[in-house]
Design a binder for this molecule. Structure first.
Ligand SMILES: [Zn+2]
Length: 71
């Protein structure tokens, strides 16, 4: 059940996406947990720390999300 906190989370995500827009988008690697930059609207990205390649989706502009491992 949504108790209202999810609305706040969405608001924070939008605020973050605003700042990422100017600095470039980042995702947290699921393997080594380091943040790494992702090119705008990239479909795939490789973690520079552990070299794992991920599929990327964009639920919001400037807010990349790791979908899973790229084949
Ligand atoms: Zn990594």
């Amino acid at each position: 059940m949504c108790n209202g906190n999810c609305l706040i989370s969405v608001y924070i995500l939008f605020r973050k996406s605003d700042s990422y827009m100017s600095k470039g988008s980042q995702c947290r690697c699921l393997n080594c947990l380091e943040r790494f930059p992702i090119k705008p609207n990239a479909k795939e990205a490789t973690c520079p720390h552990c070299k794992i390649k991920y599929r990327i989706s964009w639920p919001w502009p400037g807010q990349p999300k790791i979908r899973g491992l790229a084949k």
